[in-house]
Ligand binder design. Structure first.
Ligand SMILES: Nc1nc2c(c(=O)[nH]1)N[C@H]1C(S)=C(S)[C@@H](COP(=O)(O)O)O[C@H]1N2
Ligand SMILES: [Mo]
Length: 308
C-alpha cells in the first residue's frame, strides 16, 4: 500500500496531507469497493508526512527487517523475536497520551493531536542497547520538548516520568517477563528538553510497527536503549526522580541515568565495544553513543561512575 519513492522526495510530495497514523481514517479515503469493512487484524503500515532533519548521522542504516524482528518489548515476550510475533494483539487506535503533573496546562492528547504538536522529522540516530549491540535507525517523530512546552511545566517540575500502556489482555506474556508492569521510565527535565530527545511515531518511512513501540515511543540516542520507553500513555512532570523499570528490577546493574558510557562496564556486558547488528566485527562504543558534543554539558560536574 505504500507508495515507493525516490530517496530525495518527501512523503508530502506523494501523499495527501491527511493520510497518516489512523488506519481507519486512511481506509476512509479508499473507495468502498476495495473492502473497507474487511479490516485485517493487523494494522497496515501507512505513509507519514515528514521532512528530513539535520539531527542525523551519516551511517549505514540497519536493515529494516533486523530493526523490526530483533526487539526488546518484554510485555510481548523476553526473546528478541517474540515482540514481532506477538505484539499484533496491541490495540493502538484509539490512543490517548495523558500529559500532566506539575504543569499549568495538563492535556489529554489523541494521536492525531499529538503529532500536530510539531512538524514530523526523519532523524537517523545511532542506538545502543546495554546488551552491547547497536543499530542505526531512521526514526520519524518530533522533539519531546515541543510537547512539554505546550503543557507548560511549572517552576517545581524537575523530572519527567513516562508510562507504557499496561493491559494484561493485550499483553498476556507480560506476567512472565520478570519485571513489574506497567513499564516506567524517567528523565531529568533538562534532558527531556534537549533537542535530541525524540517522541517517535514512525520508522523507515511508515508508522511504528507494534513491536517497535506503536503508536508513540521515546528515543534518547545518548542513553541505553531501555530508556526508550514504548507505547506511551502517560507523561507526568514531577519534582522527584521518577522510578525506572530496570532500576526497580536490578538497581545494582541499572541506574537512573543510563548514559552510554564505554568506561563503566555493566556486570554482564562490556560497554567498551559493541556489535552493529548486520556487521561481523565489533566497534568501539563512543561516550554518550557519539553525541557527547551535544549532550555532555548536561552532566558537567557529575560523577558518571556514581550516577550510572
Ligand atoms: N514498554 C517497554 N519499552 C521498552 C522495552 C520494554 O521491554 N518495554 N525495552 C527497552 C529496551 S531494553 C530496548 S533496547 C528498546 C528496544 O527498542 P527497539 O525494539 O525498537 O529496538 O526498547 C526499550 N523500551
Ligand atoms: Mo536494551
Amino acid at each position: 500500500m505504500l507508495i515507493r519513492k525516490p530517496a530525495d522526495l518527501r512523503y508530502s510530495d506523494v501523499t495527501p496531507k491527511d493520510t497518516y497514523l489512523n488506519r481507519r481514517r486512511f481506509m476512509a479515503t479508499v473507495p468502498a469497493a476495495l473492502g473497507v469493512l474487511a479490516l485485517p487484524r493487523r494494522a497496515e503500515a501507512v505513509p507519514l508526512t515528514f521532512s528530513k532533519s539535520s539531527y542525523t548521522v551519516d551511517e549505514k542504516l540497519t536493515p529494516k527487517d533486523d530493526a523490526t524482528h530483533y526487539n526488546n518489548y518484554y510485555e510481548f515476550g523476553t526473546q528478541k523475536e517474540e515482540p514481532a510475533r506477538y505484539a499484533n494483539t496491541l490495540v493502538t487506535s484509539p490512543w490517548t497520551v495523558d500529559v500532566g503533573g506539575l504543569v499549568n496546562k495538563p492535556q489529554k492528547y489523541d494521536l492525531a493531536s499529538v503529532i500536530k504538536v510539531a512538524p514530523l522529522e526523519e532523524r537517523i540516530y545511532r542506538m545502543r542497547c546495554v546488551e552491547a549491540w547497536s543499530m542505526v535507525i531512521p526514526w520519524i517523530g518530533f522533539p519531546l520538548s515541543a510537547l512539554l512546552k505546550q503543557v507548560e511545566p511549572n517552576a517545581r517540575a524537575k523530572y519527567v516520568a513516562f508510562q507504557t500502556l499496561h493491559d494484561p489482555k493485550q499483553m498476556p506474556r507480560g506476567r512472565y517477563a520478570g519485571i513489574d508492569l506497567p513499564y516506567v521510565e524517567g528523565l531529568r527535565l533538562d534532558e527531556a528538553m534537549h533537542p535530541l530527545a525524540l517522541l517517535a511515531v514512525g520508522v523507515y518511512g511508515e508508522t511504528l510497527p507494534n513491536q517497535n513501540g506503536a503508536p508513540i515511543r521515546l528515543v534518547v540516542p545518548w542513553k541505553y536503549g531501555f530508556k526508550g520507553i514504548k507505547s506511551i500513555v502517560k507523561i507526568t512532570l514531577t519534582d522527584k526522580e521518577p522510578p525506572s523499570t530496570w532500576n526497580i528490577t536490578n538497581a545494582r546493574e541499572y541506574g537512573f541515568y543510563s548514559n552510554v558510557n564505554p568506561q563503566v562496564d555493566h556486570p554482564r556486558w562490556t560497554q567498551a565495544s559493541e556489535r552493529r547488528i548486520g556487521e561481523l566485527f565489533k566497534r568501539k562504543t563512543l561516550p554518550f553513543n557519539g553525541y557527547a558534543d551535544q549532550v555532555a554539558s548536561l552532566y558537567s560536574g557529575i560523577d558518571l561512575r556514581k550516577f550510572y
